[in-house]
Design a binder for this molecule. Structure first.
Ligand code: SF4
Length: 451
């Protein structure tokens, strides 16, 4: 697990793949732009979405309690998890009670964040990811490279090879054939699963319902086919106050994520089906810390549409796997240091600060300002503080500046190639030719320098 710069350098060694990845991601951005122009009041909708989220975050405890009370009255079992470990244990205990040995799971970044799959697999429970992209990378033993299109980095020929190895299908790069094979394979899993796991896109406080958006209908098949229990994992920030607010976000989510007017399936789950159980695990896992941070609380407005990564020039050119955090791109770079500032200290620097992320964000999170703020915070805590203090001393003293100039021009002339080779940033850049003398030396030599 290298730094973002090291991982990006590795990604860029395959220039053909890097160019193709960039084009595929930009295509999503193009589709999003076309959709944004199809709605007259797009900017007002963004304002409204941002304001609804701000209001909800300001009253989060009350809305969560309202949601939990309504859901329980509907027959849903509510659980509260302080962190990833608590979440995984709650899910495992429910599955154990149901003697589950195989579960079908629809895409959920929260369960990725909590490391649920390895947790359950270690305890003998098979987890089948049923979103096609997720299933591909699960077979490949990789992590998602994008929050909406987890296998976007895989070419169709590679998918064909993966299916040949894991499903025994004839080698093919035909997406229609491969999708058909995946469908056959997954149907059989849906029909034999003991339990269904899902994420939650939105939770409505006034009704106690959860809303799950998919394009493949895999969540609905998993929940409704055979499984006797449905467990939905939900971050505390997924709440919207009323059903009437939902339309603002469903209009925004698919348009920003995949350039569609709406996701193919927008399913509301309010109560368990007859003879079945429904559980919702409400997870904090650091979110209340983010909520309490004056600089970063707005990151909790995120609806995980991925528009900020699709537009980000650094994401498009460094690939999703170059970010070590579960969520890549601008929003991931804002969230990650809240989890571990040491481990993810390089992520806020994986940005040009061009502001394109903030320009497209449907809930108006000031991502560029937040990334810049992280740089200030991280810069304070490392050697930069010492370097800047030393630079201040040198620049305020003509004598020290003169000495430093002589030493630095000697070092630059003789050791710059060596120093550049030490960092990925340096290795990918060429310095301009160093002049024979500094301006001061030149001026002195030409006889007009007076002190
Ligand atoms: S930060 Fe904004 S643009 Fe990025 S994923 Fe979240 S909602 Fe979408």
């Amino acid at each position: 697990m290298g730094t973002h710069a090291q991982n990006a350098e590795k990604f860029l060694t395959d220039q053909e793949r890097a160019a193709w990845f960039n084009r595929s991601i930009w295509y999503q951005r193009d589709k999003r732009d076309a959709q944004s122009k199809s709605i007259q009041n797009w900017e007002e909708l963004r304002d409204l979405a941002s304001r609804i989220k701000a209001h909800t975050l300001a009253n989060l405890a009350a809305y969560l309690e309202e949601f939990a009370a309504k859901a329980e009255a509907n027959g849903v079992q509510i659980h509260w998890a302080e962190d990833a470990d608590a979440h995984n244990r709650i899910v495992y205990d429910i599955l154990k009670r149901h003697n589950a040995t195989m579960v079908v799971k629809s895409k959920s970044m929260l369960t990725e964040e909590c490391g649920l799959n390895p947790f359950l697999e270690k305890r003998g429970i098979e987890v089948v990811d049923t979103d096609l992209g997720e299933r591909i990378i699960q077979f490949a033993g990789e992590k998602p490279s994008h929050i909406v299109m987890p296998a976007i980095h895989k070419k169709r020929e590679e998918v064909g090879q993966i299916f040949e190895k894991h499903l025994g299908t004839p080698l093919s790069g035909d997406p229609v054939f491969l999708t058909g094979e995946a469908r056959k394979h997954l149907r059989q899993k849906f029909l034999s699963a003991d339990a269904a796991l899902s994420g939650v896109n939105f939770a409505i406080a006034e009704t106690g319902s959860i809303v799950i958006c998919t394009n493949e209908g895999n969540a609905d098949l998993g929940i409704n086919a055979r499984a006797g229990v449905h467990i939905a994992s939900m971050g505390i920030e997924k709440i919207v106050p009323k059903a009437e607010h939902l339309g603002v976000f469903t209009r925004m989510l698919a348009r920003n994520a995949t350039g569609q007017p709406i996701t193919t399936y927008t399913s509301h789950y309010t109560r368990p089906a007859q003879g079945k159980e429904m559980h919702v695990v409400i997870v904090d896992n650091n979110r209340s810390k983010i909520l309490n941070h004056p600089d970063f609380y707005e990151a909790l407005k995120c609806i995980r549409c991925a528009a900020c990564m699709n537009t980000c020039p650094v994401f498009r050119n460094s690939g999703g796997h170059s970010y070590n955090f579960v969520i890549p791109g601008p929003i991931g770079s804002v969230l990650a240091p809240m989890y571990d500032i040491k481990q993810y200290r390089d992520m806020p620097f994986a940005s040009t600060l061009c502001g394109s992320c903030a320009n497209v964000c449907p809930v108006r999170i000031p991502l560029d300002r937040q990334l810049y703020r992280w740089r200030q915070i991280i810069g304070k805590s490392i050697g930069k503080k010492f370097i800047l203090a030393s630079a201040g001393k040198i620049l305020s003293s003509p004598v020290l500046l003169s000495v430093f100039e002589s030493i630095s021009s000697f070092l630059i002339k003789n050791f710059s190639s060596f120093a550049r080779a030490l960092t990925p940033w340096g290795r990918s850049r060429e310095l301009p030719q160093i002049p024979e003398m500094t301006f001061k030396q030149w001026y002195k030599k030409n006889g007009q320098f007076k002190r």
